[in-house]
Write a protein that binds this ligand. Structure first.
Ligand code: GSH
Length: 255
């Protein structure tokens, strides 16, 4: 057995891998190989979005975990915003989950997560923006900040007033989502798209926290059960944050 690749930072601050390569049975050489690396934070919904998309597209990658709130030199060097995710794909280094998602669909179009028709593409982009911006701002960000970031950074206790407002917002967003997914298997019809992935990534972070009242929204629940049972979701369901284990139904496909 050879050792697993070791993550290093090369001189220009890119994440790269050293991999031990066997040339003959008794001669080993070290060769520097740049692979596809996703710099992520396990419970970050934007990182999860890309993890799911990479598996849906059957693209191999390695994960490199960063706590973005510590603002390491490596992270701020790679992304001036100091945020995850960052994708390193050979020579390309791409930041921002929407730029990464579009890059992956354009660079590897064989299994596309975008609809074909312009009207559907526009609607798909609207829904991705809805979840990345409005949903995140009104629901995921306050719950994530109060329950996870404060714990990880030891910066105080969750404040009930923020949790209550976010929880109310979650109910109204779930009502809208229930309508969106009431007629078809996926948000834009019969094919899974970036919109489903963006939405599911946000919901999965909330589901880890055990705060989603799924039973009140049957269509949204069925849709989530559908995406949760896909192979691309399996790695996400194995995430475990020390000090904050997932809610009891997080890993259950029948929840
Ligand atoms: N627009 C960015 C947002 C990424 C983002 O907000 N990531 C959070 C973690 S979920 C982060 O890195 N936060 C660090 C900070 O705000 O300092 C994207 O889509 O990639």
């Amino acid at each position: 057995m050879y050792p697993r690749p070791v993550c290093i930072l090369d001189k220009i601050g890119r994440w790269a891998f050293l991999e031990q390569v066997c040339i003959t049975s008794d001669v080993l050489i070290w060769e520097s190989v740049t692979l596809r690396v996703l710099v992520h934070f396990a419970l970050c919904p934007f990182s999860r979005k890309i993890r799911i998309q990479l598996v849906e597209k059957d693209l191999k990658f390695e994960l490199f975990e960063e706590n973005p709130y510590l603002k390491s030199d490596e992270l701020t060097g790679a992304n001036p915003a100091g945020e995850v995710p960052v994708l390193v794909d050979g020579e390309a280094q791409i930041i921002d989950s929407r730029a990464i998602a579009d890059y992956l669909d354009e660079r590897y179009p064989e299994t596309s997560c975008m609809p074909r028709l312009p009207d559907d593409r526009a609607e798909c982009r609207r829904l991705v923006a809805w979840f990345d911006n409005k949903f995140y701002r009104e629901v995921t960000e306050p719950l994530f900040r109060e329950q996870i970031v404060k714990m990880v950074m030891r910066s105080g206790n969750p404040e009930g007033k923020y949790l209550r407002v976010a929880q109310e917002n979650l109910r109204s967003h779930l009502g809208y989502h229930d309508q969106l997914v009431g007629h078809h298997n996926w948000m834009l019809g019969n094919n899974l798209t970036q919109a489903d992935i963006a939405a599911a990534a946000q919901f999965s972070t909330l589901d880890y926290l055990g705060v989603v009242p799924w039973n009140e929204f049957p269509h949204a629940k069925e849709w989530y059960a559908r995406i949760k049972s896909r192979p691309s979701f399996r790695p996400i369901l194995q995430d475990f944050l020390r000090g904050r284990p997932p809610g009891p139904n997080y890993v259950n496909l029948d929840f």
